[in-house]
Write a protein that binds this ligand. Structure first.
Ligand code: NAD
Length: 362
């Protein structure tokens, strides 16, 4: 098992990463000082796969476990679902010391985290992420939220978990599309922070896809460590942490312009490539770096089918972005693989040109 320390003073915690460690959660929680009652929040898909075994393990260790389920899907990240969960927690007489354990992907982690942050002004939160995206990204750093209307993550908090347990065996049951979604964030962390890890991914991508345990462990560990390091330097997301938005500015425009028919990972992947192309155009990034990035993204099964992307709509979405109209949208651009910077000097027309070229070339 590998460990990552997230050093945030009183809010410090550990991330445990390894195969089969779900069976040690009860013992780990006892060592961390928890006992008695514990509430698992999950969905039926993950519960069927891992809920029962986890419940048995916790019960064996003396915990009184209750499982609260919400249906699968992003639409459950809502105030309405949070409200229903508050009600159920109250019925179970959950107290301020009763931990909530989020078992699932980023949707469950964000929702259960939001509930944990707000119920009784905050109860302990344990993250047990089961998707690659959640293990490398959403379970770390304390951003918890629900969506509101059309706005994603509009209502939320910074609320750090007490412990993160990433059992990489859970990634074996993950559909390939979800693995690819997580890989977009894995590749992102390499580009923003660690060229050597990017080289590792180039050498080992096929083993990730075939779910080789040793390689998966490293593939979760390295981005977790990178994110921990960045969050330690900028917990409140006021500066450095913005670099984790690499690929997301264009990615979000693509997602909304395509009516969310393009997967999040694919949208971020295109966003990362467009940002790289912008950097090429500005004479900052060497073209060979973009070629490397494009090749890795393709091998991760992430390139979107270009004919399905309505470029006009994307460009329109970028042009109509209020922040862009104000001329101050912040782009994260690579200088080289492993080194990015933040700028607000990118014009919407340059974004448009690069998008059109990119569509013609790919
Ligand atoms: N808080 C943050 O910092 C942060 C960062 C990035 C993304 N997010 C959020 O994360 C969410 C996306 O998370 P996600 O990509 O994990 O999606 P998700 O939680 O919807 O999970 C994807 C699918 O995989 C299923 N699943 C989960 N674990 C599985 C397993 N081990 N085997 C088989 N199926 C499994 C889920 O039931 C779901 O159908 C978004 O809401 C996004 O806003 C938050």
């Amino acid at each position: 098992m590998k460990k990552v320390d997230v050093r945030l003073g009183k809010s410090s915690y550990e991330i445990h990463i390894g195969p089969g460690i779900l069976s040690g959660v009860g013992n780990q929680l006892k060592e961390s000082g928890f006992s008695d009652k514990l509430i698992i929040i999950t969905n039926p898909v993950v519960n069927r796969l891992y809920g029962e075994a986890l419940e048995q393990n916790l019960t064996r260790e003396g915990f009184k476990v209750a499982i609260l389920q919400v249906p699968d899907g992003e639409e459950q990240k809502s105030l309405e679902t949070a409200g229903r969960l508050y009600h159920e927690l109250s019925n179970l007489y959950a107290e301020r010391t009763t931990p909530i354990l989020a078992l699932g992907g980023g949707v469950i982690g964000d929702l259960a985290g939001f509930v944990a942050a707000t119920y009784l002004r905050g109860v302990p939160l344990i993250q047990v992420p089961t998707t690659l995206l959640a293990q490398v990204d959403s379970s770390i750093g304390g951003k918890v939220a629900v969506n509101h209307g059309q706005l994603k993550n509009e209502i939320g908090a910074f609320y750090q978990p007490r412990l993160v347990v990433s059992d990489i065996n859970t990634l074996r049951t993950l559909p390939p599309k979800e693995l690819a979604n997580g890989l977009a964030e894995v590749i992102k962390s390499a580009v923003v922070w660690d060229e050597e890890f990017f080289t590792y991914l180039e050498a080992n991508l096929d083993r990730i896809k075939s779910r080789d345990n040793r390689v998966l462990e490293e593939t979760v560990f390295r981005p977790a460590k990178i994110k921990a390091e960045i969050v330690e330097k900028d917990e409140g997301d006021l500066g450095l942490r913005n670099i984790l938005n690499y690929g997301h500015t264009i990615g979000h425009a693509i997602e909304s312009a395509a009516g969310f028919k393009v997967g999040h990972g694919e949208a971020v992947a295109i966003g990362m490539l467009v940002a790289a192309r912008i950097s090429n155009r500005l004479g900052i990034l060497d073209i060979s770096e973009t070629t490397r990035l494009r090749s890795l993204i393709r091998r991760a099964n992430l390139t979107a089918e270009t004919p399905n992307l309505e470029l006009d709509k994307i460009i329109q979405a970028v042009r109509h972005d209020k922040k862009i109209l104000g001329g101050r949208v912040r782009f994260v651009l690579p200088r080289a693989i492993g080194d990015v910077f933040i700028t607000d000097e990118v014009s919407p027309s340059l974004v448009g040109e690069v998008l059109i070229d990119w569509n013609e070339e790919t």
